[in-house]
Design a binder for this molecule. Structure first.
Ligand code: CMP
Length: 225
């Protein structure tokens, strides 16, 4: 199978087809079933992963037991790079949100690749910088945006990654439960349900089991701003 999305991953983006194939040959493929934990926050890690198929959540447990979701990633995106570049413990727990196929690259192999190909490092810096920007933005939203604004933004981000245009609008199969959606925006399930019901009653979207269909992208964008 040709992994188009994998080829666009930051790790491969600066490489020609031959080099990308050679790098892929030094990666190890892992599969996980929906709900399976790939690694746990706090354990030492020396492998970076690129998603070939499926979705992965990165979650954090607070000391009081509350769970939050830091990100939902899909094909072509990477995770686990922090403890590879800065040897230490995993900063989040990675869980398969759907059945997934991921490609793992160990620190030693990556190091040799980066020393030989500085252009790959630049792409990885870019990916890290984008992630940092996103995290900064999410922190500001927690302070300055209300829950409906945050949920509108989260749905738009999920639609960028997973949205498919159909007859009705933009179908977004995010695979998250309402509880997980709430964990992603840092709010209670009740508040998130209320915001979604409000959007639905205005005709902006349709809420389905583990998916939404965006019916009025413009209005949703305005609410997220
Ligand atoms: P690592 O610390 O090795 O393992 C957990 C991974 O979760 C981490 O590397 C990053 O790849 C990812 N991660 C941690 N925090 C965030 C975040 N705020 N947004 C997206 N991904 C994150």
């Amino acid at each position: 199978m040709v992994d188009y999305k994998v080829n666009s991953a930051p790790l491969f983006a600066a490489l020609d087809a031959e080099a990308a194939d050679s790098l892929k040959a030094s990666m190890k493929e892992y599969r996980a079933r929906r709900g399976e934990v790939i690694f746990v926050e706090g354990e030492p890690g020396d492998t970076l992963f690129v998603i070939a198929e499926g979705k992965v959540t990165l979650g954090h447990s607070a000391k009081d037991g509350r769970e939050s979701l830091l990100a939902v990633l899909g094909p072509g995106e990477m995770f686990g790079e922090l403890s590879v570049f800065d040897p230490g413990n995993r900063t989040a727990t990675a869980t398969a949100l759907t059945d997934v196929r991921v490609m793992g690259l160990s620190r030693d192999v990556l190091r040799n690749w980066l020393l030989a190909r500085p252009e790959v490092s630049l792409k990885l810096f870019q990916a890290l910088a984008q992630r940092l920007r996103r995290t900064e933005g999410a922190m500001a939203d927690l302070v300055f945006s209300d829950v409906p604004g945050r949920i509108a933004k989260a749905i738009l981000e999920l639609s960028d990654k997973f949205g498919v245009v159909n007859d009705e609008g933009l179908f977004v199969p995010h695979d998250l439960t309402q509880e997980e959606l709430a964990q992603l925006v840092g709010a209670s399930r009740e508040t998130v349900n209320k915001a979604l019901a409000e959007f639905a009653s205005r005709g902006w979207l349709k809420v389905e089991q583990r998916s939404v269909t965006i019916l009025d992208l413009e209005r949703l964008r305005r609410r997220a701003a």
